[in-house]
Structure formats: C-alpha cells, structure tokens
Design a protein around this ligand. Structure first.
Ligand code: XMP
Ligand code: MG
Length: 169
C-alpha cells in the first residue's frame, strides 16, 4: 500500500529546502548523505538548495531484513575535511536513532562548526537514542516502509512512492 505518494514527497521536499535555504543563507555547507537509503531524497532535496554545497557520503548499516540490530557499522567513511565547516546530514529515516546518534559522535570528532540533521521520515515511537532531527519530512507510525531509496532486503529502492510492508507479497 502506498503510504506517501511521489507528489507528496516532492511538495514536502521543496518546503524543507526553502526552510534550509532560509536558515543557511549563503553559507557553504558540507552535505553528508547516509547511504544507501538517502540517495533519492538527497538528490531531490539538493536540486532546491541555493547555497554552495560540498557533497560527501557515509555508509552505515544497522538493519538486517526488517529490524534494526542496534549495532551500527560504518562501511564507508567521510572523505571531506569538515573541520570548521557547517555539516548537514541527510538521512532517509530516523527510527531507533542509533544510526544518527553514532554518526553525530563520529562527525563531532572532526570538529565541524555545526551539525544539523535532515530526515525524510521519522518514527518517533521507536526512539531509543536521544536524538532529534532539525528538519523532518513526515512523521509516520511504526510500520516498515520501502521505496524512494528505502529497501526491503535490498530491493524496491527505485520505486517513486513510499510503501508500507504489510501488503508486500
Ligand atoms: P535507526 O534505528 O538507527 O535506524 O534510527 C535508521 C536506519 O534504519 C533503516 N530503517 C529502515 N529502512 N524501512 C527501511 O527500508 C524502514 O521502515 C526502516 N526503518 C529504519 C534505515 O536504513 C535507517 O538509516
Ligand atoms: Mg539508511
């Protein structure tokens, strides 16, 4: 079943970009995408950003199938020097919060000027780690979702809408 349509995603993404453009004004920002799930949202969001960006990626894995293991492993590290820079993390979904809280600690070691977080989706009821996003696309119930970058067993990332798993056959 479709939970969030591609049109709703695009409308909300433009609104988030307007807010982010307003907040950062003309500052230069290092955008750090969390692979793999954020790649589609990141691409769409960045098209609407009007300040200078440097793009980098981190790959973190905590999920096996449908559930978080709580064990966050970095599979690809930052390649940009973020010392003294504004950093904006782009993530697909904030769930237990363990991924983003680990990544925030990892980035803070490199002494950035600021670190903010953008998430497309937030499942607040699942939170374990004390972490909040600065910009959130949609708050959703505790249902596994896939599509628009998010996978179910590494598939369906290419779907343009966000679906809930219950009707997956
Ligand atoms: P935590 O629990 O660390 O999890 O906040 C964040 C990461 O878990 C993945 N995740 C999902 N992936 N459908 C997915 O395809 C989901 O419903 C879902 N919930 C969490 C996601 O990779 C995120 O980076
Ligand atoms: Mg992810």
């Amino acid at each position: 079943m479709i939970l969030i349509t591609k049109d709703e995603i695009q409308t909300r993404t433009k609104q988030l970009a307007q807010q982010i453009n307003f907040d950062y004004k003309r500052r230069e920002v290092v955008i750090v995408g969390i692979l793999k799930g954020s790649f589609m949202f990141m691409g769409d969001l960045l098209k609407h950003l009007t300040f200078d960006v440097v793009v980098d990626f981190i790959q973190a894995e905590s999920y096996e199938g449908e559930d978080s293991t709580g064990n966050v492993v970095l599979k690809h590290e930052l390649t940009t020097n973020i010392k003294g820079k504004h950093v904006l993390i782009i993530e697909d979904i904030l769930d237990t919060g363990q991924t983003l809280s680990n990544i925030s600690v990892y980035l803070s070691v490199y002494d950035p000027l600021s670190v903010k977080i953008v998430v497309l989706l937030d499942k607040p009821s699942r939170r374990i780690a004390q972490i909040k996003a600065d910009y959130t696309g949609f708050k959703i119930e505790n249902k596994f979702v896939y599509g628009y970058g998010l996978d179910y067993k590494q598939k369906y990332r290419n779907l343009p809408d966000i679906h809930t798993l219950e009707y997956l056959v």
